[in-house]
Design a protein around this ligand. Structure first.
Ligand code: NAP
Length: 244
C-alpha cells in the first residue's frame, strides 16, 4: 500500500449512492474501504473495487461490531482520512401507527451509529490533524415527509450533530459537512409508488430525479484541497425542490 494514498471509509457501499461514491473515489486514486451488512455485499464491493479497495462487514445496529470494524481498519491501514457516512435505513409508517421499536431502530442506525462511528474515527483524525467527514442527509430532514417521522427526525438530527462537530474540530484540520439529496434514482427511491413519484416530480423545479453522479461529484469536491474552507454546511442537491 502506498503511504501517500488517502484512505476513505464509506458505510453502505454495496449499492445506491454509497456504491457510486466508492467507485468515484477509487477512480480518483483513493483507497476505499466500503461496508455492507452481509457477505454478498462485501463480495460486490470487492469485485467493484478490483483490489484498489476492500469490502468489510459492518452492521451499524451493533455498536460492538462498529468498534471491531474500526479497530481492524486501523490495524490494517493505519489511518482513515475520509469518512463518508452514507448507510441509512427507512421504516415508513404514519406517526400514529409507528411503534417505539420502529422509531428506535431508525434513530439508532441513522443517527446514534453516526455519532458512534464518527467519534471513533475523529479521535484518530485529531492526532493526524487532518480529516474529511461527509454525512449523507436528506431533503426530508428539512421539509419532513408524511409517513417518515423517524427518518426525517434522524436526518434533522444529523444537522445539529454536524454543526457542533464542525465547530469542535475546525481548528484540527478536519471539516464536517452534510450532503442532502432530494430524490435520487437509487434503491431507496425504487420502493416509492408511481403515483407518489408523479407527485414528487411536480414539486421538483428541474422536473427530474437526480442521479448518483450528482452526489458523488460534490463529494469529490468536498474532499479536495479547494474545499478546506467549507465546514459545518448542509449542501442540498435537489433540483430546486427545497432552498435553504
Ligand atoms: N436515494 C435517494 O433518493 C436519497 C434521497 C435522500 C437521501 N438519501 C440518503 O442517501 C444515503 C444512501 O441512500 P441509497 O438510496 O443509496 O440507499 P440504498 O440503495 O438503500 O443502500 C443502503 C446502503 O446502506 C447499507 N445498510 C443498510 N442497513 C445497514 C445497517 N444496519 N448497517 C450498515 N449498513 C447498512 C446497505 O448495505 P447492505 O444492504 O449491503 O447491507 C446499502 O449499502 C442514505 O443516507 C439515504 O438516507 C437517499
Amino acid at each position: 500500500m502506498k503511504k501517500n494514498k488517502k484512505i476513505a471509509l464509506i458505510t453502505g457501499a454495496s449499492r445506491g449512492i454509497g456504491k457510486k461514491i466508492a467507485q468515484e473515489l477509487s477512480n480518483n486514486n483513493i483507497i476505499v474501504i466500503g461496508t455492507s451488512t452481509n457477505r454478498e455485499g462485501v463480495k460486490k464491493i470487492n469485485n467493484m473495487l478490483n483490489k484498489k479497495g476492500y469490502g468489510i462487514i459492518l452492521n451499524l445496529n451493533n455498536f460492538c461490531e462498529i468498534s471491531q470494524c474500526i479497530k481492524i481498519i486501523y490495524a490494517t491501514f493505519k489511518k482513515i482520512d475520509i469518512l463518508i457516512n452514507s448507510a441509512a435505513i427507512k421504516i415508513d409508517k404514519l406517526f400514529i401507527n409507528m411503534s417505539l421499536k420502529e422509531w428506535n431502530t431508525v434513530l439508532k442506525i441513522n443517527l446514534t451509529a453516526i455519532f458512534y462511528i464518527t467519534q471513533l474515527v475523529v479521535k484518530k483524525m485529531i492526532k493526524k490533524k487532518y480529516g474529511r467527514i461527509i454525512t449523507i442527509g436528506s431533503i426530508i430532514g428539512n421539509i419532513g415527509n408524511i409517513g417518515q417521522i423517524n427518518y426525517s427526525a434522524s436526518k434533522s438530527g444529523i444537522i445539529g450533530f454536524n454543526k457542533t462537530l464542525a465547530l469542535e474540530v475546525a481548528s484540527k484540520g478536519i471539516t464536517a459537512n452534510i450532503i442532502s439529496p432530494g430524490f435520487i434514482q437509487s434503491g431507496m427511491t425504487k420502493t416509492i409508488s408511481k403515483k407518489k413519484k408523479k407527485e414528487f416530480l411536480l414539486k421538483i423545479p428541474v422536473k427530474k430525479f437526480g442521479s448518483k453522479k450528482h452526489i458523488s461529484s460534490i463529494i469529490l469536491f468536498l474532499i479536495s484541497k479547494e474545499s478546506s474552507y467549507i465546514t459545518g454546511q448542509n449542501i442540498h442537491i435537489n433540483g430546486g425542490m427545497y432552498m435553504n
